[in-house]
Design a protein around this ligand. Structure first.
Ligand code: BGC
Length: 250
């Protein structure tokens, strides 16, 4: 079965039909730049452009970089336009896409669902935490393979700061930090998360997971196993499509 997945990020809106049997894209993905300002209306046009690129007319799963309740309502928007807060994204996107059924899911939760089924978390029981390091820090918490949605661990306090402002990959770029310096911050952050949840496994996702060779060996003081995500850039798209099925939209 194929479902369309769209990943809304701070810099790009990417999408493709997803082959749910293989957990992979059925066609090469299409990307448009996220409009600035990233208002609901402008982003909805971007999503429409991506979906129309394929002439898609079936169900769609969409990720959003903030808290999403009931596959529909946006509650927070740390790294996109604040006008999203309290927007009914399912209604907005559904209407813009001519009535196609839409499910919306937090971006890290979507990536986590995909990794647990098809990637680094396959067959893993107990407490597993996927953390995405990008513009912000996203988190997906699993207990015996079941998602606890909207865990938002990127906003834990770390040394008096919002953790993602210190340890995201944007923080590394903005501060021109070396891998060693950034890895010290990530280690501190992971130690804090480990103190709270004692996970068996950390999966490190987000754009930076492609460069895990540069920093995973620099992370210190963590008892849990730490592995890079395997689906990398496509995890959000695949997970969004999976979520559309799990929530009954597809
Ligand atoms: C948001 C999360 C999101 C993460 C990654 C954070 O700022 O609060 O909802 O998953 O960024 O995009």
């Amino acid at each position: 079965m194929q479902i369309f997945g769209v990943d809304i990020g701070g810099s790009g809106i990417k999408g493709a039909p997803v082959d749910l049997g293989r957990g992979d894209l059925a066609q090469e993905r299409h990307k448009v730049l996220t409009p600035q300002p990233s208002t609901p209306d402008a982003v909805a046009d971007g999503v429409k452009e991506v979906v129309e690129h394929y002439g898609w007319t079936g169900p769609i799963g969409v990720t959003f970089p903030g808290v999403v309740t009931n596959g529909s309502t946006i509650r927070t928007a740390a790294n996109v336009d604040k006008a999203w807060i309290d927007t009914d994204a399912r209604a907005l996107l559904g209407e813009r896409l001519g009535g196609l059924p839409v499910t919306v899911v937090n971006d890290a939760d979507a990536a986590g669902v995909a990794e647990m089924h098809f990637g680094a978390g396959r067959d893993r029981k107990g407490t597993v935490l996927l953390l995405t390091f990008g513009t912000g820090i996203g988190s997906a918490l699993f207990i015996d393979g079941v998602l606890v949605p909207n865990s938002e661990l990127g906003h834990l306090e770390l040394g008096g700061h919002d953790a993602e402002k210190r340890a995201s990959s944007k923080a590394k770029e903005d501060g021109d930090l070396t891998w060693e310096h950034w890895a010290r911050r990530v280690s501190k952050y992971l130690a804090h998360v480990e103190m709270l949840f004692s996970p068996e496994l950390f999966i490190i996702g987000g754009g930076v997971s492609r460069k895990s060779g540069k920093f995973l060996h620099l992370i210190e003081g963590i008892k849990a196993e730490i592995v890079p995500a395997q689906l990398q850039n496509n995890a959000g798209i695949v997970g969004a499509a999976m979520r559309a099925v799990e929530t009954g939209e597809a």
